[in-house]
Ligand binder design. Structure first.
Ligand code: NAD
Ligand code: DAU
Length: 360
């Protein structure tokens, strides 16, 4: 039985990954979720699994060496999946330091603690112990509008403080693999969407604003391109890389689903109009007039596009959820979880944490 230390499991992708793993492996795995619960961490995302005997939660900062070593000392961890990070580009432009702190220093602490727990006296590592570092396609910089893809061999060229901090964290993982033969993999994924995504990111923000008749802010000319992947497909890819990938390798993960931001917004508006019954009062809010062009993001990368050829050839992973299907599932999830959105936007999830965990 594998025991996973998942960092950032209360965030968007981490919580989807934990759901995916319990759905796939049931009682055959243990998961210890370590999360600091920043504004982006929400234990409500894990409400339905929090009482499983093979799941536990530890509130800790990944920069806190003592707290992380204590988790390794207490639990016999043989898998680390490292999601925890500051993840929002706009915030990194306003406040870069916390990105360096969590994404770079936090990753160094995670690597050091895993190395200390797993290293044998002869400098090799306990067999079948593995660390997976979850990273982003933004480390490769920006592509031209008219072509090209990010491959695992594409040179790093990050632009935002966020992507620079993620690139640095990737370099640290590479340094551990090269120097110590530390057993790790890196995955670089494109833009995710799906349930539990915090509404600071484009897709949940547009869904939430449109339902409320609020303006839909489009940065610049709206023609920046992102390559969107349904989050459950990402979760599956991470698991497949960790179990079937070659150690020390990087794998790019992408949806083969490039779209301009303005196209995404139109698809969301059309889908909302299609899915909302005539009788729903929110239907009247959903109009194209809400689209509002605003000042561009500083240093806004023009286009991202992943070539997921290596992961397909070596591991057999491919994106399974077509965008039309994924966006409907996502919108349906937001329809069914209005309370979640209310709590997230009002900060009430902090109260949820207090009520659930103050006595533990
Ligand atoms: P998120 O912001 O939704 O969640 C981040 C989680 O990390 C939160 O639960 C937060 O509380 C936790 N966290 C932050 N700082 C911490 C700290 N110092 N110690 C412990 N926990 C801390 O992020 P996400 O969108 O789920 O992204 C997860 C990972 O995937 C990140 O590493 C991100 O770079 C990467 N990634 C994201 C995307 C995407 O489209 N969202 C795409 C590719 C890669
Ligand atoms: O590519 C992977 C990355 O995708 C991840 O590493 C990041 O953690 C994740 O946040 C995401 O970064 P982006 O900056 O691409 O995502 P975001 O949702 O913030 O923006 C998507 C695009 O939409 C981008 O071109 C900016 C634009 N945008 C965004 C917002 C929030 C708008 O036009 N209006 C908005 O209000």
């Amino acid at each position: 039985m594998h025991t996973y230390l998942v960092t950032g499991g209360a965030g968007f992708i981490g919580s989807n990954y934990i759901h995916y793993m319990f759905k796939k492996y049931g009682d055959d795995i243990r998961i210890i979720n370590v999360d600091k619960l920043t504004y982006a961490g929400n234990l409500e995302n894990l409400k339905d699994i929090e009482n499983r005997p093979n799941y536990s939660f530890v509130r800790a900062d990944i920069c806190d060496k003592d707290a992380i070593s204590a988790v390794f000392a207490k639990e016999d961890i043989d898998r680390v999946v490292h999601f925890a990070a500051e993840s929002h580009v706009d915030r990194s432009i306003e406040s870069p330091e916390v990105f360096v702190q969590t994404n770079v220093l936090g990753t160094a602490v995670m690597l050091n603690c895993a190395k200390a727990a797993w290293e044998l006296p002869d400098g090799t590592f306990k067999p079948d112990h593995k660390f997976l570092h979850v990273s982003t396609d933004e480390v490769y910089g920006s592509l031209e509008e008219d072509g090209g893809y990010f491959y695992e061999t594409t040179p790093y060229a990050p632009h935002s403080p966020y992507s620079a901090s993620k690139a640095s964290s990737d370099m640290l993982v590479k340094a551990y693999m090269d120097t110590y033969k530390f057993p790790a993999n890196i995955t670089n994924c494109s833009n995710n969407y799906g349930p539990f995504q915090f509404p600071e990111k484009l897709i949940p923000l547009i869904i939430n604003n449109a339902l409320q008749g609020k303006k839909l802010p489009v940065y610049g000319d709206g023609k920046n391109v992102r390559d969107w992947l349904y989050v459950e497909d990402h979760a599956k890819a991470i698991d497949m890389v960790q179990e079937k990938g070659r150690l020390f390798e990087t794998y790019n993960i992408g949806g083969h689903n490039e779209k301009q931001n303005i196209q995404i917004i139109h698809i969301i508006l059309d889908t909302l109009r299609e899915m909302l019954p005539e009788s729903d009062p929110r239907r009247a809010n959903v109009t194209d007039d809400l689209i509002t062009y605003v000042t561009d993001r500083k240093g806004h990368d023009r286009r991202y596009a992943i070539a997921p050829d290596k992961i397909k050839a070596e591991i057999g992973w491919e994106p399974e959820t077509m965008f039309e299907q994924g966006i409907r599932k996502t919108i349906q999830w937001f329809f069914e979880n209005e309370e979640w959105m209310k709590n997230v936007t009002s900060g009430d999830y902090e109260k949820y944490y207090d009520s659930m965990y103050s006595n533990r």
